[in-house]
Each structure stands twice: as C-alpha cells, then as structure tokens.
Ligand binder design. Sequence first.
Ligand code: SF4
Ligand code: SF4
Length: 186
Amino acid sequence: MTNDLNPTIHGIRVDLAALQTIRHKCHPEVCRDCPSCCSRYVPHVSQSELDRIVGCFPIVARYTTGIKNDHGFKNVFEECDDASYCIDANEDESCVFTYAKPSGETLCALHSVALDLRISPVDLKPTACSLWPLTLSNEAAPELSIDKNWREFPCNTLSDNGSRMDAGIMNIVASCFGVSFLKQLL
Ligand code: SF4
Ligand code: SF4
C-alpha cells in the first residue's frame, strides 16, 4: 500500500514527512565539544557487515588501537539476540572504531579506511551509521524515518524547505538505497 506521505519503495515504508523535517550535514568539528552520534548509539551489524569490517582490521588498526591486543585483534563484536552483532564501546562510551584527530574532532576509522581504499564509506560502515540521522526499523515491513532525538545534535536543524527534501538527507538516501529509490521518493 502506498500513499503520498508514506510511500512504500522496494518494500520500505518511508515516512516522507519526517524526512522533510530536517536538514543534516556532518561536520565533526561541530560535535567536538558534545557527544557525537558515535558515542550515543551502539550500532548493530549483520554477519556480512561484520565480515567486511574484520577483513579490513589491519588497515583499521592504523587509525584506532582499540581493536588490538597482545595477540593480534580483539573480538569487538557482541552477539545480540536478533541475529546481529553490537559493536563494543570504549570506556567513554564512544564506539571502538572512533579516533580523535589532533584538532579534537572525533572521526570514524571505518570511514577513513574506506576513503583510503577509494570505496564508498557505505560499502564498509554499518548501514545504521551510514543512514544516521535516518533510521530503518528492523520489522518485517521496515520503515525509514528519522532519529527521534535528532534535535540533540548540532549537525541537524529544522528544515525550512517545506516539502522539498534537504540535499544532505537526499544524499544519504541515494547513497544507502540508490538513486532510483530517491527518484521514486521525489
Ligand atoms: S553526524 Fe553529527 S553527531 Fe555524528 S559525527 Fe557528524 S557532526 Fe557529529
Ligand atoms: S562504526 Fe564508525 S560511524 Fe559507526 S558508530 Fe562506530 S565510529 Fe561511528
């Protein structure tokens, strides 16, 4: 079933009104002095995402030593009850894949490794991270919406575009679901 406000595309129900509500641009310098999304949430990854990430550990370790121990690499994934895995957090609750630049910004080692490898970060990072501040529920009929706490992060602002979706939100949709998905949404 599809309607204008909640279209269903490729089996995903989209809360279009929610997506039109916000503007988003990731500027790690704006969350330097406050909790970033990477210290607020514990991302879940699927088995295939885990395998992809672990395959890059030797390069990831150039950015963050939190994944290493005396014998090689730690297991930084905990099995969850929904057949996915949670990524471990550091003592300060930041994701184990975060690292700090000398200037203070917190960055994602997986994102940096993807750029080093000249692949899209969405092909290495957990889907939940690539989507944020969008969210995809894990029901049989998943819904694409926005994080209910979006206002707490300085990289998200209320959109004044009316029914026009913000370029930053469109970019996330196109990266994660493809340009044709975005076109159907518009
Ligand atoms: S998406 Fe926002 S909260 Fe997350 S790292 Fe970027 S600026 Fe910080
Ligand atoms: S995997 Fe990367 S983007 Fe996701 S929470 Fe960890 S550091 Fe942040």
